[in-house]
Design a protein around this ligand. Structure first.
Ligand code: FMN
Length: 194
C-alpha cells in the first residue's frame, strides 16, 4: 500500500457517517457487487465466511417492512424511553416516516445460524461494505430496527431469508442528499499495560 492509499483509507474511515437523506439516483448493480465484494474481504472466525446477501430494490416491500416495524418499535422504545430515544420515537410516530429513509436500496447481510461467530463476522463484513460505499460516493446506514422482521415469517419469505440464516445487518445505500455533520466522537479511554 502506498502512503497516498493509506491516507485515503484513514480519510474514508474518518469521514463515513450514517446517511439518512438520499437522492432518487439508482445505485448501479456493479457498485452493489463491488460493495459486497469489499464486505467479503472481512476476517471471519475459522475463515467460515458465514454470510449471504439479499439486495432489495422493491420499494413497496421496503415500505411494508417499515410499516410492520414502526408500531413494534414505538411500543418497545416506549418502554425504555429516556435513553436518548425521544427524537427517534417522535420520528416513528410521524405517519410519513420510513425507517429506511426512502433509500433506493436495502442490502441484508444474513448470517448462517450454525456458524460459530456469525454475528461478529457479518458485522465486520457490514462495516467493510459501508466504508467501501463511502469510498464510491455512496451513503449508507445500518438500520437495526429492520431486524424486527425476523419475527414475521411472511416478510422473511418475501425478503428471501432462508430458514437457516438470520438477519444480522440491514444496510441501506444510496447517493446522499445534503450531508449532516459527522457525529462527534468521544476521546477513547486507553489504558496501557507495559
Ligand atoms: C447495530 C446498529 C444499529 C443501528 N440502527 C439504526 C437504525 O435503526 N436507524 C438509524 O437511523 N440508525 C441506526 N444506526 C446508525 C447509528 O445511529 C449511527 O451509526 C451512530 O449514531 C453513529 O453515527 P455515524 O454512523 O454517522 O458515525 C445503527 C447502527 C448500528 C451499528
Amino acid at each position: 500500500m502506498t502512503d497516498a492509499e493509506s491516507i485515503e483509507t484513514f480519510s474514508v474511515i474518518r469521514e463515513r457517517r450514517s446517511v439518512r437523506n438520499y437522492t432518487d439516483r439508482d445505485v448501479p448493480d456493479a457498485a452493489l457487487r463491488a460493495i459486497i465484494a469489499a464486505g467479503t474481504q472481512a476476517p471471519t472466525a475459522l475463515g467460515l465466511q458465514p454470510w449471504r446477501f439479499v439486495i432489495v430494490k422493491d420499494r413497496a416491500l421496503m415500505q411494508r417492512v417499515s410499516d410492520y416495524c414502526k408500531p413494534i418499535l414505538i411500543e418497545r422504545i416506549g418502554e425504555e424511553a429516556g435513553a436518548g430515544m425521544e427524537e427517534f420515537l417522535a420520528a416513528l410516530k410521524n405517519p410519513g416516516f420510513n425507517i429506511f429513509y426512502n433509500a433506493p436500496v436495502l442490502v441484508l447481510v444474513l448470517g448462517a445460524q450454525n456458524a460459530i461467530s456469525s454475528f461478529l463476522d457479518c458485522a465486520l463484513c457490514a462495516e467493510n461494505m459501508m466504508l467501501a460505499a463511502w469510498a464510491l460516493g455512496i451513503g449508507s446506514c445500518w438500520i437495526g430496527s429492520a431486524a424486527l422482521v425476523q419475527e414475521n415469517p411472511d416478510l422473511l419469505t418475501a425478503l428471501k431469508v432462508p430458514d437457516d440464516h438470520q438477519i444480522v445487518a440491514p444496510l441501506i445505500f444510496g447517493y446522499p442528499g445534503p450531508l449532516s455533520p459527522k457525529a462527534a466522537r468521544r476521546e477513547p479511554r486507553i489504558d496501557w499495560v507495559t
